[in-house]
Design a binder for this molecule. Structure first.
Ligand code: ADP
Ligand code: ZN
Length: 350
């Protein structure tokens, strides 16, 4: 049996220092923060599930779901901060999934030109991905994360007991990002995931905690090297190029779209990097194991139109993250035609 010891990690990023508090409990935030200076931000679902945690603390509420990630929410919350007489000494703490950490980070970065903030991610996706890395943004209509900042929180506290109320769908969404880290960085994890399942990690708190920390470590190693995504951080977009187009066209959860995006990227890899053909099937098996769809009907033509408008566009070529093998990814500049062929090939297989 594995023994897991709690250890805080203090990490230095170009834009700031972050204390990562793994294996912690929510209440520990009050050991270091003055309750009079903290304003919590959460969504209505989390507030309902965990009411006692918010009792006697100033709390701002947001509607659950991606729809709240809009500039109008930032405006409303800013006004509420003014009403609560929030000052430069105020610390905003976002308690929630990716939507809440994005909103909190953005709001804290612009309120009075920037105040302190921290995160307590409550979804698996938030823990392994959204809360880490320092990107905070809101959507502008259909354009995802169009307005945002790169600014690190002061701390991120991990309390996996929040996951006890997470829906099965949300567990799967988190695993899409975990599979992503395995594919791009970590062959041993890739093999481990094949042997396990969501139930394995749900039933083994130490294994889950180690899995989360391992993914966060991969992300941080990458972000410390390249916070502004000029180079190596691009690798974290594996599966995300096609996923973003699909998400803009259809209301499908991020993790599911990323899963489909990873299949498409691995199909392109077979012809460009020489990835073994069997790996595409292998990735599909892995996605199914974690209850993520491998088939999805979408319009390749419309997806392609969106990709051409994508912010990462560079004339007729586009950066695309491909796999050399499980655990090793590389950035390639691909002609649009190659991507279009892959979207059509995926579509005709389904
Ligand atoms: P993410 O981007 O991390 O998937 P969201 O912020 O969109 O997360 O949250 C997804 C959904 O899960 C929302 O409806 C939110 O209210 C809900 N949620 C977040 N954390 C929990 C939790 N610990 N238990 C139950 N539901 C949760
Ligand atoms: Zn993602």
């Amino acid at each position: 049996m594995a023994f897991y010891y709690r250890m805080d990690k203090l990490l230095t990023f170009p834009s700031g220092l972050v204390k990562y508090m793994f294996q912690s409990s929510f209440e520990q935030i009050w050991e270091t923060l003055d309750k009079n200076h903290v304003i919590l931000i959460t969504d209505e679902n989390i507030f309902r599930y965990y009411k006692p945690l918010f009792k006697d603390h100033k709390t701002l509420l947001v509607n659950p779901g991606e729809g709240a990630k809009e500039i109008s929410t930032i405006e409303r919350l800013s006004k509420e901060l003014v009403s609560l007489e929030a000052t430069r000494k105020t610390i905003l703490v976002g308690v929630g999934g990716g939507v809440i950490t994005d909103i909190t980070g953005f709001l804290a970065s612009v309120y009075m030109r920037g105040i302190s903030f921290g995160f307590v991610p409550t979804t698996l996706l938030g823990m392994v991905d959204a809360a880490a890395g320092g990107k905070n943004g809101v959507n502008l209509g259909f354009n995802k994360n169009m307005l945002g900042t790169i600014n690190q929180p002061d701390f991120i506290l991990y309390d996996t007991s929040f996951l006890s109320t997470l829906s099965d769908d949300e567990w799967s969404n988190g695993f899409a990002e975990i599979i992503k880290y395995a594919c791009i960085f970590d062959e041993a994890l890739y093999n481990e995931l094949h042997k396990n399942s969501i139930t394995t990690y749900k039933n083994d708190g130490d294994a889950l905690a180690m899995l989360i920390e391992r993914c966060v470590d991969w992300k941080n190693k990458t972000v410390m090297e390249d916070e502004h995504e000029k180079g190596v951080r691009k690798l974290l977009n594996f599966g995300h190029t096609a996923a973003h187009a699909i998400e803009q066209l259809y209301e499908i959860p991020h993790g599911k779209a990323v899963g489909i995006g990873m299949i498409i990227a691995s199909m392109i890899s077979v012809s460009v990097t020489g990835l073994e053909k069997s790996i595409t099937e292998d990735i599909k098996r892995l996605l199914s194991l974690y209850h993520l769809p491998v088939k999805f009907k979408f319009d390749p033509k419309r997806a392609m139109e969106l990709l051409r408008m994508d912010k990462k566009r560079n004339e007729q070529l586009m950066d695309y993250i491909l796999l050399d093998k499980p655990g090793k990814a590389t950035v390639h500049s691909l002609p649009f035609e190659v991507i279009e062929n892959a979207l059509n090939a995926y579509e005709s297989e389904n």
